[in-house]
Design a protein around this ligand. Structure first.
Ligand SMILES: C[S@@+](CC[C@H](N)C(=O)[O-])C[C@H]1O[C@@H](n2cnc3c(N)ncnc32)[C@H](O)[C@@H]1O
Length: 261
């Protein structure tokens, strides 16, 4: 399996947006996973800062995810005319809205209530509310029955860490997929971990850019999420920024496993 560069983590800018007092926003189930010791501090923990972003500033996250479009090859690779799709960690719907063109019924599982609200609005506005259900849940405890999906998919959400999936989360996605069904992890990290569990890797070539809404938004969001690239983005003065400038691997790849029949 080729190994993409590890994504650059936002630095202190994202961590400094929130304080230890903000962890009070978590539900008990979220706190158990994201602050298991009970006293997390986002200043020291960028993963915790991301979880706070999803709950305290969901629209800000949505603006970032909207700009970071998936490679069209990723969407085209997914099977067409799928009966039942389950997506886990759906967020504000970057992938979900694409799945509406591939599946007849979609269940989007997302733990963060503010992101579920954003996603429900998008689904309703697009006229898909009758066939896309948005529900709460976690990788390691999916509220879905065995063999209930032809395709189980996740994008930019699963990691081997227990709080973001781990062994239990992978087992849950495979439990929900029917025999001979497909489990797909889009924009994966930890490729060796996935390969050791039978996942194959596909990557789609070509130049890729982030498409911000305007040059102003590019500078604003870079200041929060890609601070090391902010000066260069300001100098370019463009809404379109190549991923190389940001120093992160683009959303051009996936790992998948077809379950035994
Ligand atoms: C980087 S966002 C990606 C969201 C969306 N899939 C996208 O591509 O924009 C990560 C998502 O994973 C969700 N998440 C975090 N921990 C999770 C868990 N244990 N189970 C399910 N989802 C989780 C977050 O709430 C967030 O929506």
């Amino acid at each position: 399996m080729p190994r993409p560069e590890a994504p650059a983590q936002p630095g202190p800018e994202l961590r400094r947006r929130y304080t230890a007092a903000d962890v009070g926003v978590f539900t008990p189930g979220e706190a158990r996973r994201f602050v298991p010791g009970g006293n997390g501090d986002p200043h020291d923990d960028v993963d915790l800062a991301w979880e706070l972003l999803y709950r305290l500033e969901p629209e800000l996250y949505d603006r970032l995810a909207t700009a970071e479009r998936l490679h069209p090859g990723v969407i085209s690779w997914l099977p067409r005319d799928v009966g039942r799709i389950a997506e886990v960690g759906a967020g504000s719907g970057r992938l979900t809205m694409e799945l509406t063109g591939r599946g007849r019924r979609i269940v989007a599982v997302e733990p963060a209530l503010p992101l579920r609200r954003v996603l429900r609005q998008k689904v309703a506005a697009a006229g898909h509310a009758d066939r896309v259900e948005v529900i709460p849940g976690f990788f390691d405890e999916l509220p879905l029955t065995d063999d209930s999906a032809d395709l189980v998919v996740t994008c930019s959400a699963f990691t081997p860490a227990p709080e973001h999936g781990g062994e239990a989360g992978l087992a849950e996605m495979e439990r929900v997929a029917r025999p001979a069904g497909l489990v797909v992890i889009i924009w994966p990290n930890h490729l060796d971990w996935l390969a050791a569990r039978g996942y194959r890797y596909v990557s789609f070539p070509g130049p890729m850019s982030v498409h911000f809404g305007s040059p102003h938004e590019a500078v604003e969001l870079a200041g929060i999420f890609y601070p090391r690239a902010a000066a260069e983005i300001r100098r370019r003065g463009s809404a379109e920024v190549p991923f190389e400038v940001l120093g992160i691997n683009p959303p051009r790849d996936l790992a998948f496993r077809v379950l035994p029949g």
